[in-house]
Ligand binder design. Sequence first.
Ligand SMILES: Cc1ncc(C[n+]2csc(CCOP(=O)(O)OP(=O)(O)O)c2C)c(N)n1
Length: 338
Amino acid sequence: MAKPAHKDLIASPAEVEQDYRDMLFLRHFEEKCNAAYRAGKVGGYLHVYIGMEPLAVGWLGCIKKGYDRVIAPYRIHGHALTLGSDPVKVMAEIMGRAAGLSHGKGGSMHLYDVEKGFYGGWGIVGGHTPIAAGLAFADKYRNEDRITLCYLGDGAANAGVFFETLNMVGLWDLPIIFLIENNLFAMGTRIEYHAADTELWKRGVPFGIHSERVDGMDVFQVKRDAQRIIDRVRRQQKPALVEVMTYRFAGHGAADNDQSLYRTPKEVEEARRRDPIALIEGFIREHNLMTQEKMEAIDAEIVERVEDIYHQADALPFPEPGEVYEHVYTDMLPEEGH
Ligand SMILES: Cc1ncc(C[n+]2csc(CCOP(=O)(O)OP(=O)(O)O)c2C)c(N)n1
């Protein structure tokens, strides 16, 4: 404990350890998901967040968990786990088991846990942004000081529906943060080929929305920016748009077998120099916060925990064929005359 944890961040050694554990847990959890996919244990899609962990751990660490609302696209294991969803239920959903968060019918892209404030889990790119505005509208209408945190990708930032949503959100001053996860790619299309203006933070400016670009790799910097912006939106009851600069180390999805079509191994290697896990490990070493043995012990403990989660989930049954139409459509029919 030779030096303070960070010269202008009030982070105790215990907080640093917690952030390290949380990010490492997401990393190992998703490496296990990838292995499970390769072993034929995951049906459908699988999109991992490897390299983007601070966006979940940092931002969700600064909201009021279970009170504020969170909604995201389909790269969402990290969001559900960080919000406190039962990891066995998350893994079970990814593996299509009946005890999964969506009864085994949603899979990796459709995790929901409303008790934890998590509203999914959406596969139509950009399509969840007006739903997010609806959540924020409801809170404003009821005079509740909740905020809505809406994650979306750089590709989604081009969707027409997103611009319409920004207009309404700006007009109505809704308490929402659009967090654009700029990982530089939309599937195999690099940002220069899909966005007329690659400074995505500017998307909010024409609508009078407070907009800025921030870092997404150094979890401590991420937390500082997140807390400042979240406090601002809650206090002012006005929207914000944040472009968070990050990088996707894995392929777009588990079936993305030829990344050479859109990037070189050298580029990935260079981006790895700012791997969020390597950055926090470097920080821990620099400030003598843990011995190498302790870091290795934490790593081993987390690997074991993830193995245990996987085996628990794998022991769970699939849904019965007769349940196929259950939990698909609402049974809340409108009353007659409405
Ligand atoms: C409306 C719509 N168009 C196209 C697709 C196919 N699609 C799935 S993911 C994706 C890329 C989205 O990229 P981005 O928003 O940057 O998110 P990332 O995968 O980088 O997290 C596309 C085009 C879709 N799901 N929905």
